[in-house]
Design a protein around this ligand. Structure first.
Ligand SMILES: Nc1ncnc2c1ncn2[C@@H]1O[C@H](COP(=O)(O)OP(=O)(O)OP(=O)(O)O)[C@@H](O)[C@H]1O
Ligand SMILES: [Mg+2]
Length: 554
């Protein structure tokens, strides 16, 4: 797993890098946001001019002009706000679709080794919640930052035009509200945010565990213990949520106080400047009104920092996944010839430092049936995965005829082999479509023939909708043996030269096992079959038996 830790800026740059195709829309959104926010500020500023006009202090604009301007600003403000939000969300959702596409592309590159390991939970959270959180970044982070910077600059110039000292003062307060408070709080809040997410994840795990393990809990009378542990996690979550809310409230109060202080200082300062003859009285009023009414975009940044840490952490994980190098690179321009004897020459392989297979030798000749035998955990399934090139050997080689497995086009290799894994996965689809996974354009006759060979045809016919019966999610509605037989039917339908079967009959009764073994017998003159099994009855059909020594055996 790629675990590079980028700093906030690097993550932001990485995420912004993905915007390139939508950069024009983003720039338009930012411009609309800036103009819209300035309009909102100037509604108040012009209100100030109107008031001063009525008091007879300011006469540079007529009252009508002032009111017409206010109405135009108000209408435009509404339209621009809508357009800005619409463009930001357009960008965010377009990008999310793009990122999901990229993530699935990355997974295709990284699979199957990546999906074989223990990281499935982590991957699910990247695909679902992490990508979802990036919406916040694209729709509610980039443009607010840009808008706050630009509008604050414009306001500094506007106020500074009346008197530079006031312009600089305004600038200082914008920086405090928009940068100092959020950064300070971001640092403090990141721990709270992480703790909250951690607690949330733990509670999720406990709830899921309890749901999946309901039968075991009832059988062994673990209800109370389980209930208590859930209660503990819930309390923990409440505690972290309370802390987080508290720090958010403190931040909001601090921001409001600073804004208030800014108003007071600005008033005092302009009063002094008027007194010193460096500022017109009406300008003093306008400067204070302008400053007071222009904190919207910067204050929004202050609220943003609470989410930003989560978003950046999610962004980091997504970027890591996109940049991860696959354990096994797909061979695209290799040979398509994978006929001949399959040879393992001194194959050494382990998932970690310790080798599982140590200098393993074997030769599987064409059109014969081979058995692989050995204790649980000795590496039988691993050997099949090496034959499929899900992993590469660390030492020694796997060869198909004249070619090393690394020279063979991956797609050709997969076509050449039907691999029935120890756990058959069933899709939420009809039985026919589940079997057809192995050959999408198969006719109904072909599907039925494969099902008959796998001894599952009669069972399928006994279902209310036969081959069109939908399997409910996770395939829980059918038994382990039935699942296995669907997996075997897939292998028969795949119609490849090599069949790898990993414990194909472990859940199947001897009658149905007999039918399957007979079907395999019939293929023996046309196919190379490699069979992993503990069962003597299954091993009865093999021509040759290979035994894998466990790592602790001699
Ligand atoms: N993806 C993986 N990452 C790390 N270790 C793994 C992985 N897959 C298997 N192992 C470990 O490698 C060893 C061999 O696993 P393998 O699945 O090949 O055993 P097996 O001979 O098929 O066992 P069984 O008869 O129980 O199916 C085991 O100790 C297992 O825990
Ligand atoms: Mg196994």
């Amino acid at each position: 797993m790629n675990t590079k830790n980028r700093n906030g800026l690097q993550v932001m740059l990485g995420l912004i890098g993905m915007i390139k195709p939508l950069l024009a829309i983003m720039v338009i959104a930012i411009i609309m946001g800036c103009v819209g926010n300035l309009m909102a500020t100037f509604i108040t500023v012009f209100g100030g001019y109107g008031l001063l006009h009525m008091l007879g202090i300011y006469q540079n604009m007529s009252l009508t002009t002032i009111f017409v301007c206010i109405i135009i600003f108000a209408v435009l403000r509404g339209i621009l706000r809508y357009a800005e939000q619409a463009s930001n969300h357009y960008i965010a959702f377009k990008l999310l679709a793009r990122i999901r596409h990229k993530v699935f592309q990355a997974l295709r590159r990284l699979a199957p080794a990546k999906l074989d390991g223990s990281e499935k939970g982590n991957l699910i959270s990247i695909i679902t919640s992490d990508i979802e959180l990036l919406e916040v970044f694209y729709a509610h982070t980039i443009s607010p930052i840009a808008i706050a910077v630009i509008t604050s600059l414009v306001m500094c110039i506007f106020i500074g035009n009346m008197n530079p000292i006031l312009g600089v003062t305004a600038g200082i307060f914008y920086i405090i509200v928009g940068a100092v408070i959020p950064i300070r709080n971001g640092k403090k809040g990141s721990k709270g945010g992480a703790a909250y997410r951690h607690s949330f994840g733990k509670l999720n795990t406990v709830v899921l565990d309890n749901l999946y393990g309901l039968e075991e809990i009832l059988q062994y009378g673990q209800q109370k213990e389980r209930m208590d542990s859930m209660q503990k996690e819930t309390e923990e979550l409440e505690k972290t949520a309370k802390k987080l809310k508290k720090s958010e409230t403190v931040q909001r109060i601090t921001t409001d106080e600073v804004i208030l202080a800014a108003g007071i200082i600005m008033t005092l300062l302009s009063g002094c400047l008027v007194h010193a003859g460096m500022l017109e009285p009406y300008e003093a009023v306008i400067a204070v009104v302008a400053l007071f009414s222009s904190f919207g975009p910067t204050a929004a940044l202050s609220a943003l920092s609470n989410n930003l840490n989560h978003t950046l952490a999610s962004g980091n994980r997504v970027l890591n996944l996109l940049e991860e190098e696959p354990i096994v690179e797909e061979v695209i321009n290799g040979t398509t010839d994978c006929h001949g004897t399959i040879c393992c020459d001194s194959v050494t392989f382990g998932y970690g430092k310790e080798p599982i297979l140590n200098q393993f030798d074997a030769a599987f000749e064409e059109n014969k049936i081979y058995g692989i035998f050995g204790k649980s955990g000795c590496g039988k399934s691993t050997l099949l995965k090496l034959l499929m090139r899900f992993y590469e050997t660390q030492k020694g080689s796997v060869r198909y005829g004249d070619y090393n497995v690394n020279q063979i086009q991956t797609s050709a290799l997969r076509k050449h082999i039907a691999y029935v894994t120890q756990e058959t996965f069933l899709f939420h689809d009809t039985i026919a479509n589940n079997i057809k996974v192995a050959k999408e354009d198969a006719t109904r006759e072909e599907v039925i023939e494969a099902a008959k060979k796998a001894a599952i045809h009669d069972f399928i016919l006994s279902l209310p909708n036969g081959y069109d019966t939908k399997l409910s999610e996770m395939g829980d509605s059918i038994s382990g043996g039935e699942k296995q037989r669907i997996g075997i039917a897939r292998a028969f339908l795949h119609n490849s030269k090599v069949i790898l079967l990993d414990e194909p009959t472990s859940n199947i009764d001897s009658l149905n096992e007999g039918i399957i073994l007979q079907s395999l017998e019939k293929e023996r003159n046309r196919k190379t079959i490699i069979l992993v099994s503990h069962r003597k009855s299954t091993m009865g059909i093999v021509d040759h038996m290979n035994t894998i020594q466990g790592k602790n055996e001699v």
